[in-house]
Design a binder for this molecule. Structure first.
Ligand code: ADP
Ligand code: MG
Length: 612
């Protein structure tokens, strides 16, 4: 038999490897910005065209590259940042894998210009599909410019996979903001289709936060700063009254690397608990610095997760640092440390560090708060250690647990209808969550929230296709200052929002004036209503691939549906029942949950053992 194994040519191997690193224009934005930071640049410009599908270009005034390095940097595993595996544990640069440029060159057309400050001339290199097309000396400013053009031109399947410009732009802005927040002492700008979207002068972290997230945070930031021998936590949290219904202003950086951590997020949320309403999210921009030896950053290039050798101690530190900060600024009435029991009993807290480190850190405030009697140290062994885990998962939104399969049939619906017409039995609310309603063959139990979601969903769909929903004009129009990324989402949805009864008008770069809301939303708070909608829209955007309108309608239905726990009067319940069964698809919510379950008398009798 003939041998069948081939070695893949470089460009194909690179294309495959690139799938890991470059998934969308925003991935290139992150890699190129980080390279500029690593190169010691103090001014970094990002240019975008067509949401990065046509162009992502980063120009920096960093070290620049020699002729040879400029050619080498596109090779796979070409990096100047590590030499031995040991170096991995002392990494202070953003990159180290030497994969980004090779990946970019495999899936796009790249033009690089680079010049070292001491050199007269720079180098120009053009690469297509991993193949060098041109390399020659050129006139260029000191530093590096890398332009990535026509991403995925040679991998059409992946190009088709890219989302709308608004969605891709949102990812780009997110990445830009993360890097810009991490390095406030560097100047950054973002220019998209010829328009400057951000121009961020170098300054303090506070200035950077305000410049990015909005002037309204100016007097609303509380400094967080705690240092120990083991780690430092610094940054800002927003005062409780700035908490918003929409997630998005929450940032953790570990050694200046942006990470996502539901666990650490929970630590902050619990520090804020009781101070902000549930479902509200406080702003935070927190930097955790610790010896790189305690962090494993070598997970996955695009994953924003990170492994620590002891997550629980980090949790405790973060929670405590935020509590301290809030207490010091008199935002909380008093120091009331209550750490999770599972955390309090950790060795790491009861016996911190080595003896020598103990002495060194004994005077730091965090250490004291852990060790002094009557403070954080109140160890309560009654709690189970994983109770905490359960809680923080709960924080992550309502799970759509499917209920028992109902016997939802057309005949049942007809029956319900006839019944409604003839015989008005009074429905009963159960646990402020379900509506019990008698029907001829037994009874049905309606999930009030799921049912109302279905009703609103169909109403909103009609609004988009047939008759727009009336707008209730606000007496006092509110301005809504949004994150740039959120502003893009809203701007794209404006016409649909209009049909759904929202009257919004763009006002400045990331600001809208809310002139009215749908007439059937009884909220005095237009801002909360839109923030809630945004939150729904973003939170569920990764769940399913829906078109934007469908997604909007679902988000609005979710946002405006009556919640579990709301007491309902008879009239309200009756309305829900009637409107539900007037729906085209009454038996499931838009998200696919059952809206009601029916219980047949026959079945009940069998359960009571009468049928046998
Ligand atoms: P990594 O950042 O993991 O080392 P990259 O593929 O991103 O890998 O970059 C490869 C190498 O190219 C870097 O190690 C660095 O030496 C060089 N390089 C990349 N971008 C720049 C830049 N903007 N300025 C100077 N050198 C750069
Ligand atoms: Mg890199």
């Amino acid at each position: 038999m003939a041998d069948i194994i081939n070695l893949l040519p470089d460009n194909i191997a690179n294309q495959i490897a690139a799938g890991e690193v470059i998934q969308r224009p925003a991935s290139a934005v992150k890699e190129l910005l980080e390279n500029a930071v690593d190169a010691g640049a103090t001014e970094i410009q990002l240019f975008i065209k067509d949401a990065g599908k046509e162009l992502v270009q980063v120009i920096d005034n960093g070290s620049g590259m020699s002729d040879t390095d400029a050619r080498m940097c596109f090779e796979r595993h070409a990096t100047s940042k590590i030499q031995t595996i040991d170096d991995l544990f002392h990494i202070r640069t953003m990159g180290f894998r030497g994969e980004a440029l090779a990946s970019i060159a495999a899936v796009a057309q790249v033009e690089l210009k680079s010049r070292k400050h001491a050199d007269e001339l720079g180098t120009l290199i053009e690469i297509d599909n991993s193949m060098v097309k041109r390399q020659e000396p050129c006139q260029t400013a000191p530093g590096t410019s890398i332009a990535m053009k026509n991403l995925f031109f040679n991998v059409p399947a992946r190009r088709n996979f890219l989302k709308s410009n608004a969605a891709e732009m949102r990812h780009i802005v997110d990445e830009f903001i993360r890097v810009a927040l991490a390095f406030p002492h560097l100047q950054f700008s973002l220019n998209t289709n010829g328009q400057e979207m951000f121009h961020l002068e170098k300054g303090s972290l506070k200035q950077r936060i305000v410049n990015i997230l909005g002037q309204n945070y100016n007097s609303k930031l509380v400094t967080v700063k705690e240092s120990t021998d083991y780690m430092n936590v610094s940054g800002f949290v927003g005062k409780p009254d700035t908490a918003k219904k929409t997630r998005g202003d929450q940032f953790f950086f570990v050694n200046n690397r942006f990470i996502k951590s539901g666990y650490l997020n929970h630590a902050v949320m619990t520090a804020f608990s009781e101070m902000i309403p549930s479902e509200n999210f406080p702003l935070y921009v927190l930097f955790i610095d610790l010896d790189p030896a305690h962090v494993d950053i070598n997970v996955h290039p695009t994953k924003q997760e990170i492994k620590f050798d002891d997550e629980r101690i980090l949790y405790a530190f973060v929670q405590s640092a935020v509590k301290h900060a809030l207490a010091q600024f008199n935002v909380t009435p008093a120091l009331d440390f209550e750490l999770d029991p599972g955390i309090q009993s950790l060795d790491a807290l009861t016996q911190p560090f080595t003896d020598q480190k103990k002495v060194q850190s004994a005077n730091t405030s965090i250490y004291r708060s852990f060790t002094q009697a009557n403070q954080a140290h109140m160890i309560d062994h009654s709690g189970s250690s994983n109770s905490n885990l359960r809680n923080w998962k709960d924080l992550y939104g309502p799970e759509d647990k499917p209920l028992e399969a109902p016997a939802a049939t057309a005949s049942l619906i007809d029956e319900r209808w006839q019944e409604a017409a003839t015989d008005q039995k009074v429905p009963v609310q159960v646990h402020q969550q379900y509506i019990l309603s008698q029907i001829k063959s037994g009874y049905i139990l309606i999930d009030q929230r799921a049912a109302h979601e279905r009703i609103l969903y169909e109403r909103y769909q009609r609004a988009l296709s047939e008759k727009p929903i009336a707008t209730q004009q606000s007496l006092f129009p509110q301005t809504l200052e949004l994150l740039p990324a959120d502003a893009i989402v809203i701007a794209e949805m404006l016409p649909d929002l209009q049909a759904l009864g929202y009257d919004l008008e763009p006002f400045g770069l990331h600001t809208f004036v809310v002139r009215g809301t749908p007439a059937d939303i009884q909220t005095g708070n237009e801002q909360a209503s839109i923030e809630g909608l945004l939150e729904q829209f973003k939170h569920f955007s990764h769940e399913l691939k829906l078109n934007r309108r469908e997604h909007l309608v679902r988000s609005m239905a979710r946002n405006n549906a009556i919640p579990v726990g709301k007491p309902l009067g008879t009239r309200e319940m009756q309305n829900i029942i009637d409107e539900l069964f007037a729906c085209t698809t009454p038996n499931v919510s838009p998200g696919g949950r059952y809206t009601f379950i029916s219980f047949k008398l026959n079945d009940l009798e069998r359960m009571f053992d009468r049928g046998a």
